[in-house]
Design a protein around this ligand. Structure first.
Ligand SMILES: Cc1ncc(COP(=O)(O)O)c(C=O)c1O
Length: 338
């Protein structure tokens, strides 16, 4: 798109990521051809969607002279794991403020294991305290680093703000080229939405690059209204920081909140069945917290006949492999192969 000037970015990811069709699954479902934008391949351990956002967030933090990163999330936060690893790669101290929903495992597994390996300092709070005191906890840790003579930079949950949003505008710029190379006409772009920043970037990008189809976030927590407000707030922050014009309206923010299931981080047996099916049929790994829930939503909508007008749909695979590895028992493999 002419005239759009991206801000400084640290080149930390392995991008562009491929766009690949899932032909066996698409044939089996008898609906549109499903394409996967493989953002689960953006790096090795720092993989997933967060690295695209952090490339911009961390560029701004370094330009500000930051030497310490503070961020927050669940015990199995992919965002915190990516921040821990990228902070180590850049020589920054990382402090993670984590919410224990009763899913803390000792010895640590999945994302938390990698947080520790990357040398991050971890402060763990029970859910109730985290929810009630989150802002205060962040402010206290921040002040304690300032007292030590350090320069902390606080990254919001999921790096979802006006800095991180650039990452998924950049992903749409890639998708524009992917779509042209594959000579397809997608009717919908679908992805998992959790803290809103990916959706804000994709929604803005689709408008800025005239992709010609809507973006649908499938919620893994919270309500449709919550996401509309949060995505809109991230878009406003991006507008404020970038001074760019886009033309996105609040009604362009499309959310489906019917696939959350029992709650954040907890998947239904149907989601686990989809994860097993896609792994065995296509060799593609999805996780029960984000990508698996959203993909299950997409498959369910196709099965219900709600996507018949689209010839192609694109699923943005936002990663989450380490969260999958933390739920082996829930996947049904606790007593060996099924
Ligand atoms: C694997 C994965 N997919 C999707 C999301 C949702 O992205 P966002 O927080 O930008 O809505 C997250 C993070 O929350 C994630 O870790």
């Amino acid at each position: 798109m002419a005239g759009l000037v991206f801000p400084p970015r640290l080149a930390l990811s392995q991008t562009p990521t491929p766009l690949q069709p899932l032909d066996r699954l698409s044939r089996q479902l008898g609906g549109p051809r499903i394409w996967v934008k493989r953002d689960d391949l953006t790096e090795c351990a720092a993989s997933g969607n967060k690295i695209r956002k952090l490339e911009y967030t961390l560029a701004a933090a370094l330009a500000d002279g930051c030497d310490t990163l503070i961020t927050s999330g669940g015990v199995q936060s992919n965002h915190c794991r990516a921040t821990a690893l990228l902070g180590a790669r850049l020589g920054l101290k990382v402090h993670l403020i984590l919410r224990d929903e009763g899913d803390y495992q000792n010895p640590p597994v999945g994302n938390l294991l990698l947080d520790y390996l990357a040398g991050a300092e971890v402060s763990l709070y029970p859910r109730q305290q985290y929810v009630a005191e989150h802002q205060q906890l962040v402010a206290e840790w921040r002040a304690s680093y300032v007292r030590q003579g350090r320069k902390p930079w606080v990254i919001p949950v999921g790096a979802s703000d006006g800095y991180g949003v650039w990452g998924y505008i950049g992903c749409i710029r890639e998708l524009e080229a992917d779509i042209a190379a594959a000579a397809i006409h997608p009717g919908l772009i679908v992805h998992a939405t959790g803290s809103g920043g990916t959706q804000a970037g994709l929604t803005l990008g689709a408008r800025l690059f005239n992709i010609g189809c809507p973006v649908l976030g499938i919620a893994v927590c919270d309500s449709e209204q919550w996401f509309r407000d949060k995505v809109w707030a991230d878009i406003q922050h991006w507008r404020q920081l970038s001074g760019s014009r886009d033309g996105v309206e609040k009604t362009d923010i499309r959310v489906n909140d019917r696939y959350i299931g029992p709650g954040y981080g907890v998947a239904s047996e149907e989601v686990f069945a989809t994860i097993r099916e896609v792994a065995a049929l296509e060799g593609l790994l999805l996780d029960p917290v984000y990508s698996g829930k959203a993909f299950h939503g997409l498959v369910s909508e196709i099965r219900a006949g709600n996507l018949t007008s689209a010839a192609d749909v694109i699923f943005v695979h936002t990663g989450g492999l380490f969260g999958l590895l933390a739920q082996g028992e829930q996947l049904g493999f606790s007593r060996g192969p099924r």
